[in-house]
Every structure is written in structure tokens, then in C-alpha cells.
Design a protein around this ligand. Structure first.
Ligand code: MG
Length: 273
């Protein structure tokens, strides 16, 4: 059984948050009952909107690997989870939002640098900055384990060093830095893969991403796929770190996504890699 783990922003979604270009491939997976697991820096509230819209019923990973949401009756065997919430069993791997906010605030105070987090911005500001509707921006601000921030003025490397000194971590998505706990997409993908391996005997995982926060996910799956960024180039760091192991999709964001599914799943080209 194939399981597809995918990033959203810049991967399945283009810069206007459209997945139109990927639709034929998406529909193929849905018809074939191939699990599609979103693995995004987005919040649970944001991800739920896309799942509902696309008709996906599989588990998902929110906020850069901070939490795994598994529909209650999805796996018919017992497994460890942190809490139950609505219709999910939730496996929490991340650090509480308030702790992340306090750390960012302390760094701002001690360095005097101009750092702006989602928590400092109004719904209107987030909407404008991200090109989201007000409704979407409201969902984007419902952060549980990850604070998105930008550095308006200050030494990037020093800020990132101070984050690490505080025992926390950071990653960079398309538009923002993210301060997070000791979670990454890879650990969450690994846990879900174990559960899938128990459900289906033979599991082959595909991971599709576009930027550095996808690296741990790409390093964890059987077939890592990198789509082109908006400017038509591939993420240089991922290219360098993963070298020959990577399958480079021909296409930007959702077009590359469609290319990947067509070539790996539909034509079965992944076996050659
Ligand atoms: Mg992305």
C-alpha cells in the first residue's frame, strides 16, 4: 500500500492557495483509496478546511510535526496517544504555544531586534501579509505549537542561535520562520508510518515537499519528491543534502505534485529509484 505524505504551502497549494493543477492526481488517489496525509506548518483549523473541501478522511500532521490527528476509528488496533479531541486521537510532539511566545518575546527584549510573530499581528495584518482572506487568517492565527515570525530588523543567525540556546528549534517555511519545540515533520511521519505498517503489511511512503522544513519528512519516506519553487528553481539546501536520493518533480508546486503522482503512483516509476 502506498501512503502519500505531503506539504501544503508551495507544494500541493500554489502561492494563491490553489490546488487546481493537482486535481487530476488528487482525484486518482482518492478513487484508489490511497491515504493522503497532510504534513504542514499550517494549524489544525486551516488543514481541516482543505481536508473537508477535498474529501480526505486520513490522519494529518499540523504545525511542522507538532501534532498528529488520527480520526478515532481509522486504525482498528490500540496505540498510544496523548489526548482525545473531537473525533480525533491526538499524538502531541510539540511545545506549547505560550512557551514559544515567551521565548520569542525574551529574545526581542534582550536583543532589541524587530521580530514580529503571528501573535503580534492582527487578523487583518496576517491576511494582508499572507494573501489570505480574513476568515483564513483567523484560522492561521489559531496556533497550538508553532509560532510563525519574520525578522524585520536584526541578525538572523544570532536570533536562531538564541532560539536553540533556549532548548527550542526553528525551521523556515516559504514565507516565515517558525519557532517550534523539538518536533519536526520527520518524527511525526515516522510514527504514522509505523501505524500504517501495522495496518497494511507492505507500506511504501512517498513524501512531497518544496522547502527546508520538509527535509525531515523527505529523509523519512521511501520516495522523497521535491517540487519546484515559485521561481522555477529547486530548494538548494535540500538538493545539496539529499543529492541523488531525491526525485525532482517537473513542475512548480501543484503541477509538480501532479507530475509526481502520475510518474510514481500511476506509472509506477518510483520503483526505478
Ligand atoms: Mg512548503
Amino acid at each position: 500500500m502506498i501512503v502519500v505524505f505531503t506539504d501544503l504551502d508551495g507544494t500541493l497549494l500554489d502561492e494563491n492557495y490553489s490546488y487546481e493543477a493537482a486535481k487530476p492526481a488528487l482525484n486518482y488517489l482518492l478513487r484508489s483509496n490511497i491515504p493522503i496525509v497532510f504534513c504542514s506548518s499550517k494549524t489544525r483549523a486551516e488543514i481541516e478546511v482543505y481536508r473537508r473541501e477535498m474529501g480526505i478522511k486520513d490522519p494529518f500532521i499540523s504545525e511542522n510535526g507538532a501534532a498528529i490527528f488520527i480520526p478515532k476509528y481509522y486504525f482498528d488496533f490500540p496505540y498510544a496517544y496523548t489526548k482525545q479531541l473531537d473525533d480525533y486521537n491526538v499524538i502531541e510532539l510539540g511545545t506549547e504555544y505560550s512557551v514559544l511566545r515567551e521565548t520569542l518575546e525574551r529574545i526581542r527584549r534582550t536583543t532589541g531586534y524587530e521580530i514580529v510573530g503571528f501573535g503580534d499581528m492582527t487578523v487583518e495584518e496576517v491576511a494582508r501579509d499572507c494573501g489570505l482572506s480574513l476568515k483564513e487568517a483567523k484560522l492561521a492565527k489559531l496556533r497550538e505549537y508553532d509560532e510563525a515570525f519574520s525578522i524585520l530588523e536584526g541578525d538572523e543567525r544570532e536570533i536562531l542561535r538564541l532560539i536553540r540556546e533556549a532548548g527550542l528549534n526553528y525551521t523556515k517555511g516559504g514565507r516565515y520562520y517558525h519557532i517550534i519545540g523539538n518536533n519536526d515533520k520527520g518524527r511525526a511521519v515516522h510514527i504514522l508510518t509505523e501505524l500504517y505498517s501495522k495496518k497494511f503489511k507492505d507500506v511504501k511512503t512517498i513524501g512531497i515537499g518544496d522547502s527546508l522544513n520538509d527535509l525531515p519528512m523527505l529523509m523519512t519516506v521511501d520516495i522523497p519528491v521535491l517540487v519546484k519553487k515559485r521561481d522555477g528553481t529547486y530548494d538548494m539546501d535540500i538538493e545539496r543534502i539529499m543529492e541523488g536520493k531525491l526525485l525532482k518533480a517537473e513542475g512548480i508546486g501543484p503541477s509538480g505534485w501532479k507530475w509526481a503522482i502520475e510518474n510514481i503512483v500511476i506509472k509506477g516509476k518510483g520503483d526505478e529509484k
